[in-house]
Design a protein around this ligand. Structure first.
Ligand code: NAD
Length: 381
């Protein structure tokens, strides 16, 4: 059957530009869907680099100004893979033009922007998604299934860590291409918006909303040369953040993130302890879900390491034979597959949408506020 074409215009050719391009190209090979993304136009400010990117990934054309991209009649869907300080303006213009919008995380620089953006897409009635791709790691989706099946029962504890080590050197500059994450005027915040936003999105998806938080942050290197000015400037991002949370369900939780954990490259873990069992996940071992089932007879109690590669595991019937693994890039393929399917099934099927992204934004802002006030802060609107 002929597919319905969905013409995509992507903004940004960096890490996420590549991950998204790959997903758009692969999704119809693995998933049987009514819709097919067409790689219509790639947009970045540098025409030469944009053309190289377009040639490499199969984009039909390029633009150097996102406003021109949004104005094009042949674009149905705007995909935002540019830094955080660009998300708001692009979303407002794209919603106004009636385009569907796929936006990278964190949704916005702060809740004020996030509220505006969410209101704009809801008013325009356009399909929208935030790329919190870890929901689409099959082992994490399986964790959600186990919880929804009631297997671990009432949740007492949630414990999350997101650790990296790439900013330890004081010689590392801040700002500019590739290093915008160290410049709060572009990133909004440091590890809180960049890394903990992922942990928070996963947590609220798995066990429901967060009520209050108390946090501490630290900036270990106080000044760094700015790549764009060549001058030493104050560093205003949080290099590390630790916070305690109370969830609506009553669970207690510590969350921790840093870019100063020597040896940890992208260690994203969570453990959930419930009345009848526990669950543990580590992104550095992404196809395994550790599960403790207290319903087993006590003499065979023990943690199971589930190799999440069987046909009955989430997403895995779309790929290879049992026992063979998929990778990081497939979390984006799975996300876009779910988005395209939601266009068949009705928009409400698509999660996380902007409103979900906004919920995480409220929590990030509460964390950053608490780090300043030293008080418990509400995570609610
Ligand atoms: N979902 C995830 O796991 C994940 C992982 C990494 C990054 N991200 C998010 O994706 C976004 C991009 O991050 P990245 O790592 O790909 O960054 P990157 O630095 O690798 O790429 C950013 C791209 O945006 C372009 N750009 C910057 N300003 C622009 C403008 N005004 N107009 C057009 N293009 C512009 C840059 O030239 C570059 O091509 C951020 O919001 C980030 O938080 C999400």
């Amino acid at each position: 059957m002929a597919k319905k074409k969905l013409n995509i215009g992507i903004i940004g050719y960096g890490f996420m530009g590549r991950a998204h391009s790959n997903a758009f190209r692969k999704v119809n090979n693995f998933f049987d869907l009514e819709y097919e993304p067409v790689l219509k136009a790639a947009c970045a400010r540098n025409a030469e680099k944009a053309q190289d990117f377009a040639d490499n990934w199969g984009w039909e054309s390029i633009e150097t100004d996102w406003r021109t991209l949004i104005a094009r009649d042949d674009i149905d869907c705007i995909d935002i893979g540019s830094p955080n300080n660009t998300h708001r303006d692009i979303v407002m213009a794209a919603a106004e033009a009636g385009k569907m919008i796929l936006c990278e995380k964190p949704l916005a620089m702060n809740t004020g922007e996030g509220e505006e953006m969410t209101a704009a897409v809801e008013k325009a009635g356009v399909a929208n998604m935030v790329w919190y791709n870890y929901r689409r790691v099959p082992a994490i989706t399986l964790a959600k299934q186990l919880i929804d099946e009631g297997r671990i029962g009432r949740v007492f504890h949630y414990r999350a860590k997101y650790l990296q080590d790439w900013t330890i050197s004081p010689e590392l500059p801040q700002g500019g291409e590739g290093l915008w994450r160290l410049d709060a005027s572009v990133a909004g915040s440091g590890v809180t918006g960049d890394l903990l936003a992922h942990s928070i999105d996963t947590a609220i998806w798995l066990i429901g909303g967060m009520d209050t938080v108390t946090a501490m942050t630290e900036t270990f290197i106080k000044e760094r040369e700015h790549s764009l000015t060549g001058k030493k400037q104050e560093v205003t991002i949080d290099d590390a953040c630790a916070f305690l949370a109370r969830f609506d369900c009553g669970a207690l939780a510590p969350f921790e993130s840093t870019r100063y954990a020597r040896g940890r490259k992208n260690q994203n873990t969570f453990e959930i302890n419930g009345e009848h069992g526990s669950i543990f996940f580590d992104l550095e071992d992404p196809h395994r879900l550790e599960y403790f089932d207290n319903n087993h007879d006590s003499h065979v109690h023990g943690w199971q390491s589930i190799h999440v590669t069987d046909f009955e595991h989430p997403y895995m019937d779309h790929y290879w034979v049992p026992g063979t693994t998929i990778g990081y890039e497939h979390t984006f393929v799975n996300a876009i597959a779910d988005f395209l399917k939601s266009l068949e099934d009705g928009q409400d099927a698509m999660r996380p949408n902007f409103r979900d992204g906004l919920e995480t934004q409220y929590i990030c802002d509460a964390v950053l506020k608490s780090a300043k006030t030293g008080a418990w802060e509400s995570c609610k609107a």
